[in-house]
Design a protein around this ligand. Structure first.
Ligand code: GRG
Length: 295
């Protein structure tokens, strides 16, 4: 990645860290543990891909960082909530997340459920209370985020996923799980950028298509990394998807064919992006770095 682009990404990442730190403060109240637990999870690493995608898209379309920073952080709140709940014994039962004990291991299961619930509800509170976007923009963001993370999006994907454990799932169903569970929040992140910068309908639609494709490619790469980088991701040699007896793109297609699907989706997405009359280079480079990530 070019030096200039790397610097922009570093600045955005630092701004996201600062904003999250400020949005979720420790409070000396009887329920203060929930803020402590939320900070443990949300400030504990993570690549910040979703807020970065929102900010990069917003910047590409000429939007201001001031307006976009806080709304973009709500994507990280939803994402962190999903990771906390996904790690629980009743779901994927993962003891480690982002290089340290999962929240239910560091605190308790009950508190992990409630901290996830808090981050989910707080994201919408933050959006509803934004000062520097119009009511119309706020409503669009709230409605989009609810859809992407609700029963037709992430929660729906997770429901189909847990119902499919120990079953042989076909490629079409697996694609639906991946789109709902992962791709729709990534797509929403890109759309956040379009809404915050008041993009026209055609631009928004093009970015929506771009977002879904990179979201699906991102999840297929995750399936590949679960096998090839299990030690780095989960701190153990055996892949999480194998332990949980999950069908993945890799178990259905093998690594090489998966890589071809990823390459094809990425190419289609980048071709879509190139049709836009905006400086797309940074978003393009960032997309490539997502697809070629090692964790
Ligand atoms: C519990 C409602 C609910 C949903 C859970 C999103 C999800 C559904 C579970 C998370 C586990 C998982 C494997 C999700 C797939 C998406 C994915 C690859 C998440 C990891 O995202 P990264 O790589 O993680 O952006 P960091 O830690 O960098 O933020």
């Amino acid at each position: 990645m070019q030096v200039e682009n790397e610097r922009s990404l570093k600045i955005f990442t630092q701004e996201i860290e600062k904003a999250l730190n400020h949005l979720i403060e420790v409070k000396d109240t009887l329920q203060g543990t929930v803020y402590e637990a939320a900070r443990y999870s949300i400030l504990g690493g993570g690549k910040r891909l979703r807020p970065l995608l929102a900010l990069l898209t917003n910047q590409m379309l000429g939007g201001s960082l001031d307006q976009a920073l806080i709304p973009s952080c709500t994507l990280e709140m939803i994402h962190t909530y999903s990771l906390i709940h996904d790690d629980l014994p009743c779901m994927d039962d993962d003891d480690f997340r982002r290089g340290k004990p999962s929240l239910h291991k560091a605190f308790t299961e009950g508190l992990a459920v409630l901290t996830g619930d808090y981050l989910l509800t707080y994201a919408f509170e933050v959006l509803a209370n934004l000062k520097n976007l119009s009511d119309k923009q706020k409503l669009k963001l709230i409605s989009l985020l609810a859809k992407a993370s609700g029963a037709e999006g992430m929660i729906g994907g997770q429901v189909i996923d847990i119902q499919s454990e120990n079953l042989q799932v076909d490629l079409e169903t697996l694609k639906e799980i991946h789109i709902k569970k992962t791709a729709m929040l990534i797509q929403a992140s890109i759309e956040f950028g379009a809404i915050m910068s008041s993009a026209d309908e055609l631009t928004h639609e093009t970015l929506k298509n771009f977002g879904l494709k990179i979201g699906l490619a991102f999840q297929i790469v995750d399936d590949i990394l679960d096998i090839t980088a299990s030690k780095e991701k989960h701190g153990r040699d055996i892949a999480s998807d194998i332990i949980n007896k999950k069908t993945t793109y890799v178990s259905l297609l093998g690594i090489q064919k998966c890589q071809e699907v990823v390459d094809s989706l990425t190419l289609q997405a980048l071709n879509e992006l190139k049709t836009l009359p905006y400086p797309t280079e940074l978003l393009e480079e960032f997309t490539k770095s997502l697809i070629h990530r090692k964790n």
